[in-house]
Design a protein around this ligand. Structure first.
Ligand SMILES: Cc1cc2nc3c(=O)[nH]c(=O)nc-3n(C[C@H](O)[C@H](O)[C@H](O)COP(=O)(O)O)c2cc1C
Ligand code: SF4
Ligand code: SF4
Ligand code: SF4
Ligand code: FES
Length: 597
């Protein structure tokens, strides 16, 4: 037997793979063989560590040395320096954004220090294609406990006491939802997992599906036992091929071990799980549209009631939860409701996974206890704003969420506080903005998305969002009129209260929240014909300050349309008729002579 003295973990998650981690792994394989180290150093491919921006990631244990942006060319040095001579390759360590110190290990990174991993507990630590690795970490013990030691009612009671609320957006209490469905009359009931994850930029569910599919399957099996469902569906978008592949492997493995399918663990409990691939329409994430899509119909929402617990899939009582919601369940059963409820705030228990993106130094997935402040997430975990720029605010809750300004950065992240601030938890998108973001343009960007995704079934959403988008586009083009602000507010309120489904009910949020906190930016666009963040091209004016210009000609040579003229060492000029407002001269001039208004 050989003694393994070191483990080299190469991240094989989707993002690291796209930045070349497979080539890095191949390079390690070759280099370890070349140095005859393959017996004493074990090479392991893991799933996502949620710090994708710094990938491809390599972690060397037992120390936990954390190497970032590793290329195949770096591998011989890691092998010879670190694995043979015991010296850390400092240049490949993560550099802290503010003081630029090199951080040697995984555990010392600010990005991970404040995190608390419950839903993501196994992601990046196990091989998701081996059920044995999940079982070795206590996997399927909760299912066994539920079936042999608890009645279905006791399972529901435990989930209710834990305070778990839906992580898919609405935040409805999970145990209560299960109870409604259990009490609904009918022999055939369906259990559904919403793995549609349609928010642009969100990848928390994909991370669980790819990195720890058994936690979802176990959570669903426990729910099926509690509610009394024999059949289950995971509705996953077809754009997630790796997630679907891993789910298929995991379902087959669980069936083989008697943990899914007929007579689970030798009892009379049967639960069959199927995968349904969705075509990727955002509206198909809405529960009634999703069920229509599983039935083979066009994915359009319908009026509720009846709620899915009464009449859902194929008109049978159905329970639908999000991936992260189910992934929390095995831990609640294993460690108890009190343990789970000890994390978070009075009404929002446990943790939440966020996709932290935008103008922040550390981007990636973060799982934090509810109640943590936005300041802690953005400045401690996220390492502050890129380039030391001024923090302006955060768009939270995906395309239908809202913008919370810098003044409210001590807002606790919980369901109620976010709603009060005009945003929402949503599925967990968190886009950080700095002084260079135009809030009118941002609102237009998100509305453009929801408008395009509107299914067109009801008038307020179909027509109303279109009108709002037209107004926003006009404002960004410098053609806004004074009544626009009031019209946007009125339309927004009407659409929110009259649209048929959650898409329309929330689509105006980015506009209404930016009008609430950044009204002055709308006014600057409409009344002063000025974009304070210098984003809206139509409103920009470039000119040259004659006093500062030294006539070096850098701008003249760089201008793509020949709009700049002037003799050498003489002040230059911009012809506004020719200028296409590309901003190149502004960037090129090192005298600060180009003015951008
Ligand atoms: C337009 C729209 C899109 C949605 N997309 C998703 C989604 O991608 N994933 C999800 O879990 N829930 C989504 N939801 C929420 C679901 O309708 C539903 O509330 C949720 O799956 C319930 O699970 P939970 O209680 O565990 O949150 C969406 C809702 C709307 C209105
Ligand atoms: S609110 Fe929008 S997405 Fe929802 S049913 Fe109406 S038109 Fe369709
Ligand atoms: S780059 Fe600046 S200093 Fe040089 S000619 Fe242009 S405006 Fe003048
Ligand atoms: S903004 Fe672009 S097009 Fe206009 S003058 Fe400068 S470089 Fe030329
Ligand atoms: S894919 Fe490697 S850290 Fe996310």
């Amino acid at each position: 037997m050989h003694l393994v003295r070191a483990h080299v973990l190469v991240c094989g998650g989707t993002n690291c793979t796209s930045s070349g981690s497979q080539q890095v792994r191949e390079a390690f394989k070759r280099e370890l063989e070349k140095n005859k180290l393959e017996q004493e150093v074990k090479l392991v491919e893991t799933d996502c560590h949620e710090f994708c921006e710094t990938g491809p990631l390599v972690i060397v244990y037992p120390e936990g040395t954390f190497y970032v942006r590793v290329t195949p060319e770096d591998v011989p040095e890691i092998v010879s320096e670190h694995l043979i001579n015991g010296r850390v390759v400092k240049r490949l360590l993560y550099k802290a954004p503010v003081d630029e110190t090199r951080i040697p290990t995984y555990k010392q990174l600010d990005f991970y220090k404040k995190q608390c991993r419950v839903a993501l507990r196994n992601c990046g630590s196990i091989d998701p294609e081996k059920i044995q690795e999940y079982i070795a970490r206590g996997g399927y013990e909760s299912l066994e406990k539920a079936i042999f030691e608890m009645t279905p009612e006791q399972v529901i009671e435990e989930v209710k006491r834990s305070g778990l609320r839906g992580r898919g957006g609405g935040g409805f209490p999970t145990g209560l939802k299960w109870e409604f469905c259990r009490r609904s009359p009918g022999d055939l009931k369906y259990l559904i997992c919403n793995a549609d994850e349609g928010d642009p930029g969100a990848f928390m569910d994909r991370s669980v599906l790819e990195g720890d599919p058994h936690s979802l399957i176990e959570g669903m099996a426990i729910a099926a036992y509690a509610i009394g469902c024999r059949e289950g569906y995971i509705y996953c978008r077809a754009e997630y091929p790796l997630a679907i592949k891993r789910l298929k492997i995991a379902i087959a493995q669980a069936e083989e071990l008697g943990l899914l399918g007929e007579n689970i663990l030798g009892t009379d409990f049967t639960f069959n799980l199927h995968i349904k691939e969705g075509a990727g329409a955002f509206v198909c994430g809405e529960e009634t549209a999703l069920m229509a899509s599983i039935e083979g119909k066009r994915g359009m929402p319908r009026v509720r009631p009846p709620f899915p617990a009464q009449r859902g899939l194929f008109n049978k009582p159905s329970n639908i939860n999000n991936v992260e919601t189910y992934a929390n369940v095995p831990v609640i059963i294993a460690r108890g409701a009190d343990w789970f409820a000890a994390m978070g705030t009075e009404k929002s228990k446990g943790t939440k996974v966020f996709a932290l993106t935008g103008k922040v130094n550390n981007t990636g997935l973060v799982e934090v206890p509810m109640g943590i402040t936005l300041r802690e997430i953005i400045f401690e975990i996220g390492g502050g704003i890129v380039g030391g720029k001024k923090y302006k605010g955060v768009q939270i809750g995906g395309p239908s969420g809202g913008c919370i300004p810098a003044e409210l950065m001590d807002t606790p992240v919980d369901y109620e506080s976010l709603i009060q601030a005009g945003a929402m938890m949503g599925s967990g998108g968190l886009v950080v903005m700095d002084e260079t973001t135009c809030m009118v343009d941002l609102a237009r960007f998100f509305l453009n998305f929801t408008q395009a995704e509107s299914c067109g079934k009801c008038t307020p959403c179909r027509e109303g969002t279109k009108r709002m988008l037209e107004i926003l586009t006009r404002i960004c083009n410098g053609e806004g009129v004074p009544e626009d602000i009031e019209t946007l507010e009125r339309l927004g309120r009407v659409i929110k209260s009259t649209a048929l489904c959650g898409l329309g009910n929330t689509a105006p949020n980015p506009v209404l929240s930016t009008l609430r906190y950044f009204r002055h930016e709308y006014e600057a666009h409409i009344f002063d014909k000025r974009c304070p963040a210098h984003v809206c091209t139509a409103l920009l004016v470039f000119s040259i300050d004659e006093e500062k210009c030294i006539g070096c000609g850098r701008c003249l040579r760089a201008c793509p349309v020949g709009a700049i003229s002037g003799a050498k060492k003489e002040p230059h000029k911009i012809d506004p008729e020719k200028c296409i407002k590309c901003g190149t001269c502004f960037e090129k001039c090192n005298q600060g002579a180009v003015l951008r208004l």
